[in-house]
Design a protein. Structure first.
Length: 704
């Protein structure tokens, strides 16, 4: 008899009979199986093996098939159990989505052994092409880096859990240091190490660097852009212990690794470590729990640590290692704040070099870019908005290009970007429409764009510098042409002078000839209802500033970063001006402490989605009332009023939320569990009976 969990929001497992003769093996916890469920069948995981059932044996059904896999190991099952409890998600729903598709197709299970062999052959060929790109041995490290490596080695020598913050500006050699550290750990021939990166776009570059260090080790690369079969294989190699290096995005944190000996979380502050649907886990936090559970060290690396991590390091709960110099001797980029309200920074009639059309870029910035061009250096221009313009408007009435399904505007994309004609597209629900020839409300033919996105900036810089080679990098251009990696390669090869792009260009790329970085729309993220907005903006500005002046010559100037803003006096910019990461974090910590916001308190969120906003709010209001009636709103707990979400309507669904906060983790956990229980009683799955409201409980939300 076995108990099996399936991918459903059900708290309990189900009992099945086990026919060892038919299945060819004795039952074991962690096995992946196919079981009959209702009128069809489902994939499940064995979580218990027992001699008896509380149910009538006669009525029990049998396990149908067994996947050709070893059982999931006990450590990964402990992790799943923890994640399921902490994030208030059923166990089956937590485990099963982490298993690659290839292992969830019972029809294929019989064919798999042959496939494995074929993949093996391909792997061998690939490994022979190992490169030596970016290899810096321990002996080549500078003094500061050597000290960091020694401190790390000390942490790992004890074979105990230790969380370590490695804080150092971009280009200080954090990657070089942690790869040398991992190379010591991997001298143990059976050891496995996990390297987490925030974004798919960052994996190819890091993958090449890791290969250079470990040409003979098997590496499993896991992220959503890896083709299905390859991912299935990589996961298999990780779970059998064959792959020693597991490199991937957040989902890799949940991969079975029976011999895990060390973890690295690169850019640990990055919001993309937080899963935003289904089980809303933080891969960084789970990785820390996991390292603790298997008694291994975990290194969190960043130029701008999250407030949570930074405070833990300052308080001595984490080991704190710093790299304060730029490895190749380049100095820090010089920060310039351009006050867009100051007329001196703007073109006036009669100015030499004034563009024919109104320029969305200030005169000061145009001059700086021109100068950088004459010095044969590249410029990066960052604007966090893809498309041509964020809104289309009527010049005669108040019509705006609102999305009919969402409470947001449809973005205008110029011809050739998404389709052959210019289009309106909603970035929230994906709705695409032709541009109306006349205003749908008043018939006026004069429609105007408001604001600007990457495409419009691209047009204007082509107009201002007709001889410069311009490249746009955003999700549209990287989908359409050759993929992001090849676009980045164009920059590396020096085939472009001006790069305009979204935050995709800000991250991780080790460009060699960027003399200037410009940020055009920083203010749009300065004022936001999300209390983490400033922290994110600061991290992004530091990150993009780090793209400037990485060129390899000792003592070379670090390049310039220009930020256009109406509010140069804002704290974010002032700390950036002084390159004062610690000052900014201390300032932010003070603000949060005063408001008792995370990390000085803990939060949970109940999401509710309905056809009408009133119903969603009512549902959450009732929930709050029940909490109060049950005496659960005690002194240490704050339950806010239900409110509509920042983007209230998406794809025709109205969305509201209820924030619950406590300075005590345990108090919060107990209330969330009580809520979960209450909601389940009155729901089918996660849809409430009656009004049919879809709900979800989230732990540690990062955007509210
Ligand atoms: P980070 O991860 O902090 O951004 P990297 O490890 O990527 O820093 O190093 C930045 C650049 O400096 C890389 O091109 C790297 O190869 C180079 N580098 C790092 N350390 C050294 C060193 N000791 N000697 C020479 N080059 C180095
Ligand atoms: Zn109109
Ligand atoms: Zn929409």
């Amino acid at each position: 008899m076995v108990q099996v969990v399936v991918d459903k929001p059900l708290a309990q497992g189900f009992d099945y009979l086990w026919d060892a003769q038919k299945l060819g093996l004795e039952p074991a916890i962690g096995q992946v199986v196919e079981v009959p469920f209702g009128r069809s069948s489902l994939i499940g995981i064995v979580i218990k093996v027992s001699a008896h059932s509380d149910f009538d044996i006669e009525k029990l059904k049998g396990v149908q098939a067994l996947a050709p896999l070893p059982p999931l190991d006990s450590a990964v099952l402990r992790l799943m159990n923890f994640a399921s409890q902490y994030y208030i998600h059923a166990l089956g729903e937590t485990i099963i989505p982490t298993i690659p598709q290839m292992w969830k197709k019972p029809d294929d299970w019989k064919k798999i052994p042959r496939k494995l062999a074929a993949a093996e052959e391909r792997k061998k060929k690939k490994n022979q092409e190992a490169l030596s790109e970016g290899y810096i041995s321990a002996a080549q490290l500078n003094e500061e880096q050597k000290r960091a490596l020694n401190a790390l080695a000390k942490c790992s020598s004890k074979k105990q859990f230790k969380a370590i913050l490695l804080q150092g500006q971009t280009g200080s050699g954090k990657t070089a240091v942690f790869l040398n550290w991992l190379s010591e750990i991997l001298e143990d021939k059976s050891a496995q190490v996990l390297i987490l990166v925030p974004e798919i776009n960052l994996t190819p570059q890091l993958e090449r660097r890791v290969r250079a260090y470990f040409p003979d080790k098997k590496m499993a690369v896991l992220h959503s852009a890896v083709p299905e079969k390859q991912r299935g294989m990589a996961w298999y190699e990780a779970m059998t212990g064959e792959a020693q290096i597991i490199l991937g995005t957040r989902l890799a944190a949940l991969t079975p690794m029976p011999n895990l000996k060390a973890v690295v979380v690169d850019e640990e502050h990055d919001p993309s470590y937080k899963q935003q649907d289904g089980i809303r886990y933080s891969a960084r936090d789970l990785a820390i729990w996991r390292a603790h559970d298997v008694k291994a060290p975990i290194l969190l690396s960043s130029a701008t640590p999250s407030l949570e991590t930074w405070m833990a390091a300052r308080a001595g709960r984490y080991e704190y290692i710093r790299l304060d110099q730029r490895a190749q001797g380049a100095s820090l980029p010089k920060v310039h704040l351009i006050n867009t309200r100051d007329p001196q920074n703007q073109f006036s009639p009669g100015d030499v070099g004034r563009p024919a059309n109104k320029s969305p870029i200030t005169k000061t910035l145009v001059n700086a870019i021109s100068k950088n061009l004459t010095q044969k250096k590249q410029s990066l221009i960052l604007i966090n908005r893809r498309g041509y313009a964020p809104v289309l408007s009527c010049s005669a009435c108040s019509w705006l290009s609102s999305c009919q399904q969402c409470s947001s505007y449809m973005v205008m994309h110029k011809a050739g970007a998404l389709g052959r004609r210019p289009l309106l597209s909603c970035h929230h629900c994906g709705l695409v429409k032709a541009i109306p020839e006349h205003c749908p409300d008043c018939g006026n033919a004069d429609l105007k764009v408001l604001g600007q996105g990457t495409q419009k900036i691209e047009d204007s810089i082509e107009e201002i510098w007709p001889n410069a080679r311009v490249l746009r990098i955003d999700t549209d251009s990287s989908k359409k042409s050759k993929g992001a990696e090849e676009l980045f390669q164009e920059v590396h090869n020096g085939n472009v002078d001006l790069v305009v792009g979204t935050q995709m260009i800000a991250k991780g790329h080790d460009y060699q000839n960027i003399g200037l970085v410009a940020v055009l729309d920083a203010d749009s993220r300065l004022f936001s209802q999300d209390f983490r907005a400033a922290e994110r903006l600061f991290a992004q500005l530091v990150q993009v500033a780090g793209r400037a002046g990485r060129a390899g010559l000792d003592g070379q100037a670090g390049g310039d970063i220009y930020i256009e803003t109406q509010y140069p006096e804002a704290a974010v910019f002032q700390y950036l001006l002084r390159h004062d990461v610690d000052g900014f974090l201390a300032h932010t910590a003070n603000e949060r402490d005063e408001a008792k916001l995370p990390p000085f308190s803990y939060q949970g969120l109940v999401h509710a989605e309905a056809k009408s906003l009133m119903k969603a709010l009512q549902f959450l209001g009732d929930l709050k009332a029940r909490l109060r009636a049950a005496g659960l709103i005690t002194k240490g707990l704050k339950v806010y009023d239900p409110v509509p979400k920042a983007i209230m309507r998406v794809a025709g669904t109205e969305r509201a939320q209820l924030v619950i906060e406590s300075e005590n983790r345990k108090v919060l956990q107990e209330v969330l569990e009580a809520l979960d229980h209450d909601l389940r009683e009155n729901s089918q799955g996660r849809i409430s009976k009656g009004e049919r409201i879809r709900w979800l409980i989230e732990r540690d939300p990062i955007s509210i």
